[in-house]
Design a protein around this ligand. Structure first.
Ligand code: GDP
Ligand code: MN
Length: 379
C-alpha cells in the first residue's frame, strides 16, 4: 500500500527523523493560515501517489503567506499524471546547501533489504541509476542482525565528508531503517535528505510503501489508506477479499486460486492472447463475490472475452455457477464468456448454467483457446 508524503512524514517523525514542521491543507485559506503560523516562508506540496510531482509543478516554494495562498490555489485541483490533487502539505521551507538520497527497498534477488545512498539527491533516482550507477552506493542488510552503527557511519561517509554532518546523516540512516522495519515497509525513501547552509540535516521529502500482508498488525497505518486514489473496482475487490490486478490485455479472467490464476494467464499468453487482469476469487464459494468479480471485469471497456476457470475443491462449482447466473441476470454486458468448471458439484453447475448463453469447454486448454479466439474476433 502506498501512503502519502505527509503520512510517511508522520511515521518518520515518530522514529526521530529530522522532518520539517508541516500542516495538511485542503483550501487556499488553510494554506495561508498554515504559512502564517509557520512564519512565512513555506513549501506548498501536492499530495498524490505519483513520482516526479516537483517536475509536474506540484511543489512550490513560497516566500510569504500571500504566495502560499496563491500556490495552494493553483496546486489544489491540479491534475498530476491522471490524479487530482485534493490535499497539500504546507511545510516550513529549508535553506538548502546540498541534497542527498537515502532509501531502502526489499531486494528480491538477495531476499534482503538493500540500502541505497547517493550524493545525487533531489533528482529522479532512477535516472541516476541509469546514467551514473557508480553514484549510488548499495549495502545489503542482514535482516536478522539489522544495521549497525558502524555500517551506517560507513554509508554516510560515502556521501558526506564533513564529520559533524556525516554523524547526522548516519543517524538519519539508522532511523530510516528503524522506521522501515517497524512499519513493515517494502520501501522507505528520503529524496532529498538535505544539508542546510548551517550544516543541519533535514528530511524534506518522504516516501513509504507498506507491505499489504503486514497491515493487520498496523491499525494506524492501515487507516491511512486513501481510497480516493484507487479505482472503484479495486476498492470493491479489496473489500470483498478478491485479489485483483488490472492488466493491459483484452481477455478478462475469473479464476479461483492464485496458482491457477497464474497458470491461466500463462496459457492465455501461450495461445497468443493478453490477459486483461489477474483475479483470484479465493477459496470460498460465495455467489455474491462471483457476481461482483464479473462486474469488475465487465467494467473494463477493453475486455473482449471473459474466461472463467474454476477448479472445484473447497470452492463448489455449483456455487460459482449460481453467482455467475445471478451476475448475468444483473449485467447488460454482451461480452462472450467461456466457462470451464471442473471438480466438486460440476454436474449441478452445468445444470444451473444450461439456460445461459455461455461457451463451455471441458479442458483448460480448450477454454483458453476459445477465449483468445473470441477476444481477437472483429466485432
Ligand atoms: P518531488 O519532486 O515530488 O520528489 O518533491 P520534493 O519534496 O523532493 O521536492 C522537489 C525539490 O524541491 C527538492 O529536491 C528541492 O530542490 C525543492 N524543495 C523542496 N522543499 C524545499 C525547501 O524547503 N527549500 C528549498 N529551497 N527547496 C525545496
Ligand atoms: Mn523528492
Amino acid at each position: 500500500m502506498k501512503i502519502h508524503e505527509h503520512q510517511a512524514m508522520e511515521i518518520f517523525a515518530q522514529y526521530g527523523l529530522p522532518v520539517s514542521g508541516f500542516d495538511v491543507a485542503t483550501s487556499p485559506a488553510d494554506a495561508r493560515a498554515a504559512a502564517e503560523r509557520r512564519g512565512g516562508s513555506v513549501v506548498v506540496k501536492a499530495q498524490v501517489h505519483v513520482g516526479g510531482r516537483g517536475k509536474a509543478g506540484g511543489v512550490k516554494l513560497a516566500r510569504d503567506a500571500d504566495e502560499a495562498e496563491r500556490y495552494a490555489e493553483s496546486i489544489l485541483g491540479m491534475d498530476i499524471k491522471g490524479l487530482t490533487v485534493e490535499k497539500i502539505v504546507v511545510a516550513e521551507a529549508v535553506d538548502i546547501d546540498r541534497e542527498y538520497y537515502i532509501g531502502i527497498v526489499v531486494d528480491r534477488a538477495t531476499k534482503k533489504p538493500v540500502y541505497m545512498v547517493s550524493s545525487e539527491g533531489g533528482v529522479d533516482i532512477e535516472e541516476v541509476a541509469r546514467e551514473t550507477p557508480e553514484k549510488i552506493h548499495k549495502h545489503s542488510i542482514d535482516p536478522e542482525r539489522g544495521l549497525s552503527d558502524v555500517e551506517a557511519a560507513e554509508l554516510a561517509a560515502k556521501i558526506e565528508s564533513d564529520p559533524r554532518v556525516a554523524a547526522q546523516v548516519a543517524d538519519a540512516i539508522l532511523r530510516l531503517y528503524a522506521a522501515f522495519v517497524g512499519s513493515d515497509a517494502s520501501l522507505a525513501e528520503i529524496n532529498p535528505l538535505v544539508v542546510t547552509a548551517d550544516g543541519i540535516v533535514r528530511a524534506i521529502d518522504a516516501k513509504m510503501n507498506i507491505d499489504d500482508n503486514a497491515l493487520y498488525r498496523h491499525e494506524d497505518i492501515a487507516a491511512m489508506r486513501d481510497a480516493s486514489t484507487e479505482t472503484v473496482e479495486l476498492t470493491k475487490a479489496r473489500e470483498l477479499g478478491l485479489s485483483f490486478v488490472k492488466l493491459d490485455g483484452n481477455v478478462g479472467c475469473l479464476v479461483n486460486g492464485a496458482g491457477l490464476a497464474m497458470t491461466t494467464m500463462d496459457l492465455i499468453k501461450q495461445h497468443g492472447g493478453e490477459p486483461a487482469n489477474f483475479l483470484d476469487i479465493g477459496g470460498s464459494s460465495n455467489p455474491e463475490k462471483v457476481a461482483i468479480a464479473l462486474e469488475i471485469i465487465t467494467s473494463d471497456p477493453k475486455v473482449r472475452s471473459i474466461l472463467i476457470n474454476i477448479f472445484g475443491g473447497i470452492t463448489r462449482c455449483d456455487d460459482v455457477a449460481r453467482g455467475l447466473a445471478h451476475a448475468l441476470e444483473r449485467t447488460a454486458s454482451d461480452v462472450p464468456i467461456v466457462v470451464r468448471l471442473t471438480g466438486t458439484n460440476e454436474e449441478e453447475a452445468r445444470r444451473v448454467l444450461a439456460e445461459h448463453d455461455l461457451v463451455t469447454a471441458d479442458t483448460m486448454d480448450e477454454a483458453v483457446e476459445k477465449a483468445v479466439v473470441l477476444a481477437g474476433r472483429d466485432s
